[in-house]
Design a protein. Structure first.
Ligand SMILES: C[S@@+](CC[C@H](N)C(=O)[O-])C[C@H]1O[C@@H](n2cnc3c(N)ncnc32)[C@H](O)[C@@H]1O
Length: 313
């Protein structure tokens, strides 16, 4: 969410009309997928989905938090997504200048535990509970993507925990498309021995938010943060690379990412919808990668999202 006083909501409602409850449940699941795709967009700060009640007259809806200047483009994006997921619906936007979104958005957050009780991810306003994992990442909803709630982020966090559990301890870590810095912070907590850590994002608001979160976590001296793209990096190689970005970026990046990996390094690419997985895999296979079966890696899925764990043979 931008620092300006105005913010916006785009409501997405499924069309009214007679519908069987089973069909309604199925449409609700597809609308949730639309919401998950929207939540990956830079201009979207968050998406809440409201399930239909058991009454066939009340339809499921999405509430998209965004910036006023993004409304027009979002109308088109939502229309395309509804068509892609075979849904008929309408959108309605409202611009607001009150503080209500902060409370609404806060109510949406919950703490999450990853790995085998290895890592806690919690918002700053929810206190630790007895028995919580000792390692934790504390996050505030910033302007950038990366609350940890999105499935694509969770797929990356699960991988980091699995590597740590199997004592695969990288000396260097590169987080491409760092967003709020959540994956860099998790890696810093899980891999004590990582002496070189780099977080890069194309969006200056993301790198600003990452720096704020790292400062808050006392990690700013461990992780270098840069605004930019992969192609601008010098010829440095890393033991662990995570890239949670959409395939439109991941696919052309495969050869350049190969150049950033040290021998035996582990690469996880996330941000992939199920029907995009084969295309992403083909790009990485063509760049010389094989699936990384270490620590239970390979093709992994969460809801409609997928990730690939890769290594150079
Ligand atoms: C889905 S978010 C992931 C954020 C965070 N890593 C997480 O897992 O929660 C993708 C991020 O990639 C950034 N991004 C998009 N294209 C990029 C590019 N070509 N180079 C670097 N970052 C990019 C976006 O600005 C966004 O912050």
């Amino acid at each position: 969410m931008s620092g300006s006083d105005q913010w916006a909501i785009v409501w997405v409602d499924l069309a009214q009309g007679p519908i069987e409850l089973d069909a309604l449940r199925e449409a609700t699941a597809r609308l949730d997928e639309v919401g998950a795709v929207l939540a990956m967009r830079e201009e979207v700060s968050g998406v809440q989905s409201f399930a239909a009640s058991e009454s066939p007259t009340q339809r499921p809806r999405l509430c998209i938090y965004t910036r006023p200047d993004a409304i027009e483009a979002l109308h088109g994006v939502v229309a395309d997504l509804l068509a892609r997921f075979d849904l008929i619906g309408s959108t309605r936007a409202e611009v607001r200048d009150d503080e209500e979104w902060k409370d609404a958005w806060k109510a949406f957050y919950k703490p999450l535990t990853f790995g085998e009780h290895q890592l806690l991810l919690r918002p700053s306003w929810i206190e630790r509970q007895p028995g919580d994992p000792s390692l934790e990442v504390v996050i505030d909803p910033g302007r950038a993507f990366g609350t940890g709630l999105h499935q694509t982020t969770q797929l990356c966090l699960q991988r980091l925990c699995a590597l740590a559990r199997h004592d695969i301890a990288p000396g260097s870590v590169f987080d491409l498309g760092c967003g709020s810095g959540v994956l860099s912070m998790a890696a810093a907590r899980l891999f004590d021995g990582a002496s070189r850590m780099l977080a890069v994002d194309i969006d200056p608001e993301a790198t600003d938010t990452t720096k704020e979160n790292l400062t808050e976590a006392g990690l700013l001296d461990r992780i270098e943060v840069r605004t930019g793209v992969l192609e601008e990096l010098e010829h440095e190689r890393f033991d662990l690379v995570v890239a949670n970005i959409r395939p439109v970026v991941l696919i052309p990046a495969a050869p350049a990412l190969r150049q950033r990996l040290a021998p035996g390094a582990s690469l996880t690419v996330s941000g992939i919808l199920g029907d995009e997985l084969d295309e992403v895999w083909r790009a990485y296979e063509a760049a010389g990668f094989v699936l990384d079966a270490r620590a239970g890696g390979g093709r992994r899925h969460l809801d409609t999202w997928s990730a690939l764990d890769l290594v150079l043979p």
